[in-house]
Design a protein around this ligand. Structure first.
Ligand SMILES: Nc1ncnc2c1ncn2[C@@H]1O[C@H](COP(=O)(O)OP(=O)(O)O)[C@@H](O)[C@H]1O
Ligand SMILES: O=P(O)(O)O[C@H]1O[C@H](CO)[C@@H](O[C@H]2O[C@H](CO)[C@@H](O)[C@H](O)[C@H]2O)[C@H](O)[C@H]1O
Length: 485
């Protein structure tokens, strides 16, 4: 045995990673393309599975990478992996990888592959990988590698939450379960603010609205979002976007979707709480308008938004045939919406529903996830929009809560839905200073509700076909009101 082979054998016996005996990172990453192509489609956040019955290995390209951290037993590489999807073109995913000794113990679900020389795992699934990511913010550091630059932007408040390094006595981290499109880490340490750090998976090109809007609200002192503790930006090739964001974690709180399902099932309604939710949304809109500005909605803008709604209606009607029955009545509604004055446009939440709302002690209602509708292109989600879109989103969600309750318990929850929607709307209109029966607002709300229900019909047909009747019933109701005049 030569000297370097002997050193590797000793390192392996100690569980040490002998980095010097590994091939250069670009060679290693090139060899990982096939295992990554088999592993990526098994991840919940991976949205570009190839069509066809059996999952096939994908052709994955390592587009950029940087070394984040090297320790005795683990090295963390930050990678951007690209896959070509014939429907949407090239998609890029952010995948921090951990390199470990070949015999290192790694949970099956975290393991990408194991060879004679190295074990490769999802870094966020390992405590050491999570510490490396948390340290980025705690230290305000970054990473630099071929084609990739990563830089943290910690807010001053981060010091109340993360020590540098973030591994002091009693500190622990875990991955939040149940997420779909991103991966969030929870970090807790006695005496410090708990942190939720969200690593975005699918990377766009441009600012992430979730980071921009919640940072603006935090700077404005709003208690209605979890305080933003910092973020990091990534650039690769010609692209630059947010890589991650950290916020105060509010432990043990239930989202409003669960609360409303329970209330609706018991036939109970806390009207004051729903009115307050409306008031909070009006306050959040006012804070966003002040921080990020407003734009008057001229005829051109109103027509552009209505044309988008018409386009969505036509597209969805062609792939979800049951929507086609509503095209004529909704067309009439959109004509009416073109005739009324519109409120000013501004940055909004963009995909507000009860699952994005928490009731947190000391904060009241808290809104999450300002990324906008996941099916909309990023460029559109970064534009000013009509605040009534958020109001309509919440009205739809209350309708969903009633419909799901009716299905699960065989009851009639339509009275609950009506009262809940009216209480929320009353809180919003009062908070925003809009007269309760303002005819223009009622027409616009019906148009935005219909547009959301059309979006939902597509969303349900792709994700939960059993639930498609819920948005269809809303379209029937709205079309009926339009026909009545
Ligand atoms: N700051 C927070 N405090 C407590 N729970 C949170 C916080 N942020 C997110 N969550 C929980 O995580 C879930 C997913 O968060 P979200 O921001 O909607 O992620 P995604 O973009 O993956 O949908 C939320 O529905 C909520 O239950
Ligand atoms: O939470 P996301 O940003 O991923 O939003 C998507 O998924 C939502 C489903 O969880 C979907 O919301 C629809 O279902 C909700 C009940 O599960 C309901 O409360 C909403 O009103 C309804 O739109 C959302 O549309 C979609 O973008």
């Amino acid at each position: 045995m030569d000297a370097s082979a002997a050193a590797s054998a000793t390192d392996a016996a100690r569980g040490r990673l002998d980095l010097t005996s590994l091939p250069a990172p670009e060679t290693l990453l090139d060899r990982l393309r096939a295992p990554l192509g088999a592993w990526l489609p098994t991840r919940r956040w991976f949205a570009h599975r190839p069509a066809g019955p059996a999952p096939q290995p994908l052709d994955v390209e390592v587009e950029a990478w940087a070394g984040l951290r090297v320790q005795a037993d683990v090295a963390v590489l930050w990678t951007v992996l690209a896959v070509d999807d014939h429907r949407v073109g090239r998609a890029r995913y952010q995948v921090p990888l951990a390199l470990l000794a070949p015999d290192a113990e790694v949970a099956e679900d975290a393991l990408v592959t194991r060879t004679d020389e190295v074990a490769v795992a999802d870094a966020l699934a390992l405590p050491a990988g999570r510490d490396a990511v948390l340290a980025l913010l705690a230290e305000g550091s970054g990473a630099l590698g071929p084609g990739l630059r990563l830089l943290a932007d910690p807010a001053p408040m981060v010091r109340s939450a993360l020590a540098a390094p973030p591994t002091g006595p009693g500190a622990s981290s875990r991955v939040l379960s149940g997420e779909q499109s991103n991966t969030s880490l929870i970090h807790e340490q006695p005496g410090r603010t708990p942190v939720i750090l969200k690593v975005f998976r699918l990377l766009g090109d441009g600012e992430n609205p979730d980071v921009i809007l919640q940072s603006a609200l935090t700077s404005a002192g709003s208690p209605h979002v979890p305080a933003v503790l910092g973020s990091a930006q990534i650039s690769f090739g010609e692209r630059r976007t947010h890589a991650l964001v950290a916020q105060e974690f509010l432990p043990g709180v239930e989202d409003a979707w669960r609360t409303m399902l329970r209330e609706a099932a018991a036939g109970r309604l806390d009207e004051a709480a729903l009115r307050e939710l409306g008031t909070v949304l009006a306050r959040v809109h006012a804070d966003l308008a002040l921080a990020l500005g407003t734009v008057p909605t001229g005829d051109t803008e109103a027509r552009r938004m209505l044309a988008q709604m018409r386009g969505r209606l036509t597209d969805v009607a062609s792939s979800v045939p049951t929507v086609a029955a509503h095209v004529e009545a909704l067309g009439t509604l959109l004509h009416r919406a073109a005739e009324v004055p519109w409120p000013a446009m501004q940055r909004i939440h963009g995909d507000l529903h009860l699952g994005q709302v928490l009731a947190a002690p000391g904060h009241g209602w808290v809104l999450l996830d300002f990324e906008g509708e996941p099916l909309r292109p990023l460029a559109e989600r970064l534009r000013e929009d009509c605040p009534l879109r958020d109001v309509a989103g919440m009205l739809r969600s209350l309708d969903y809560a009633a419909a799901v309750t009716a299905r699960e318990h065989g009851t009639d929850a339509s009275g609950w839905a009506h009262a809940a929607r009216e209480a929320f709307l009353d809180g919003y209109l009062t908070g925003a200073g809009i007269p309760p029966q303002d005819p223009a607002t009622r027409v616009l709300l019906a148009a935005f509700e219909a547009d959301k229900a059309v979006y939902e019909a597509l969303y349900e047909s792709r994700n939960r076909p059993d639930w498609i009747d819920i948005p269809l019933a809303a379209l029937t109701r709205i079309s009926g009101t339009v026909r009545e005049g």
